[in-house]
Design a protein around this ligand. Structure first.
Ligand SMILES: CC(C)(COP(=O)(O)OP(=O)(O)OC[C@H]1O[C@@H](n2cnc3c(N)ncnc32)[C@H](O)[C@@H]1OP(=O)(O)O)[C@@H](O)C(=O)NCCC(=O)NCCS
Length: 165
């Protein structure tokens, strides 16, 4: 993971244009909360306390995408009974469609190394669903009102090693 670099040259004119990936440190949590606010509407954004719990929880892991000192993406996952869950994935609006989410997702999958990986996505979030399908995730069930009234969730699962459609 440490050596993986993407190029965001057209966005980061005059500064370090390389995107690098690393685990989160305690000092990152405030900036991570700001990223959450930029990426998610309302209650879907993780607050500081949630991030703190996830940071200290032994089963979870937080991976960041950074452009220089700036955090531009994150993935949060955990592993329980041999199954990985991707709990949160987001990329700063100014850094999207550069493959950052794909790299973060792959990093979380590799970090835990489980055969099965699951995640939840809102039914109206077509962009995220497109990304997950490309990465080999398939819908397995619907959860009515999972994100609130009339905001339904789709549970998606990937079997690592199985070929994507
Ligand atoms: C969804 C999200 C994480 C994608 O991040 P990203 O870094 O732009 O994704 P990638 O660059 O890795 O995308 C890889 C591929 O997925 C598909 N994809 C990603 N975002 C898409 C979108 N908005 N619309 C259509 N396809 C999309 C494309 O095929 C893309 O490849 P391409 O750019 O060559 O066409 C980002 O848009 C985001 O943070 N959204 C808000 C938070 C969110 O919805 N998180 C997911 C919650 S389940």
């Amino acid at each position: 993971m440490a050596g993986r670099l993407l190029n965001a040259g057209s966005i980061l004119e005059g500064s370090d244009s390389r995107i690098h990936f690393r685990p989160a440190f305690f000092r990152d949590l405030l900036m991570l909360r700001e990223l959450q606010r930029r990426c998610f509407a309302g209650s879907q954004a993780y607050g500081f306390v949630t991030l703190l719990v996830l940071y200290f929880w032994s089963r979870s892991h937080i991976i960041l995408a950074c452009a220089g000192e700036h955090i531009v993406g994150c993935a949060v996952g955990d592993s329980d009974r041999g199954q990985t869950r991707v709990l949160n994935l987001c990329v700063d609006p100014d850094f999207r469609r550069l493959g950052i989410a794909t790299s973060l997702l792959n990093s979380i999958e590799d970090y835990f190394g489980d055969q099965f990986v699951t995640l939840m996505v809102e039914d109206k979030n077509a962009g995220a669903q497109a990304l997950y399908r490309i990465q080999g995730y398939l819908p397995v069930s619907d959860l009515r009102n999972y994100y609130g009234r009339n905001r339904h969730g789709i549970l998606m699962q990937k079997q690592r090693g199985a070929s994507a459609e």
